[in-house]
Design a protein around this ligand. Sequence first.
Ligand SMILES: [Zn+2]
Ligand SMILES: [Zn+2]
Ligand SMILES: [Zn+2]
Length: 318
Amino acid sequence: MTWELDPAEAFTTLGNETRLDVLRALWEADEAMRYTSLRREVAPDDRGNFGYHLSKLTGHFVQKSNDGYELRLAGEQVVRAVIAGTITANPSLPSQTVDDECTFCGAPVEFQYDDETITVSCTDCEGLVGGDLPRGTFIHYEFPPGGLAGRDAAEIVDAAHVFYDAKVIPMLRGICPICAGQIESTIEHCEDHDAIDGELCVACETRNETWAVLRCERCYYTRRVIVWFAALTHPGVISFYYDHGIDESIPVWKLPWERLQIDRHVDVDVIEREPYLFDISIRIDDDTLSVRMGGDLTVRTIEREPPEPTDVDDGDPG
Ligand SMILES: [Zn+2]
Ligand SMILES: [Zn+2]
Ligand SMILES: [Zn+2]
């Protein structure tokens, strides 16, 4: 792996208020700034250090052109991270119930926010995943503090679902949402799976027996996702849901777990191992969609039963 700037050096470069002020000023200007106007903006009482600090940023975070100084992508990312609050703030929200009920047991659902992570959990049963996570957890993933402002509890949870999609969908397609590197996916299948009603499997500490671990080979960003979610962005699956009354865009995590009004059930059978091959059947009402998916998370075949009605040729020559 090659870095344009050594990571430790990058952090050292940013450990100075004047330099962060330069990045912010350039970001707010949204165009190249001349040396004098940049100095006037950032350090009006400068006694000579300004030029030094600016030179430290120039190259990796800031570039100099004929029009003056402007942000490079790395500089923009620093400012965005500061604005999103992930670097400078660490707010938390106490547990509160949201207007939703548990897919598994019908009990009220609550959410809490701590350590830049949102956790949605059931107030009664063991939820979806256990292990080190709070009892009853369905959702436990990162959400920047910037997403809390101006939203009530339900809106925060909705936003977190959409944010999750924005990270996971590219990963399911093999692209890291952080660095655009390549994703390696590993299947985790619990061979002794036994998740009886209301409790998690003792062997794998989850309710779901097959997961995909998606990991970036470059930056090591990692997400664990229920394996059949990979099929949820396929047009054949989307149209199946659409034909059964889902007529709005719903985040992948929300579709199977929270749309209780749809009488659905999903089964995943492992047909082959090494490499894995899965048969996924999604049932809604009396209809079944059969999806064959590989361990690389690509859909191989897709079939409806009963078959999708097709236009009957009535023989009318006109
Ligand atoms: Zn529950
Ligand atoms: Zn298990
Ligand atoms: Zn990455």
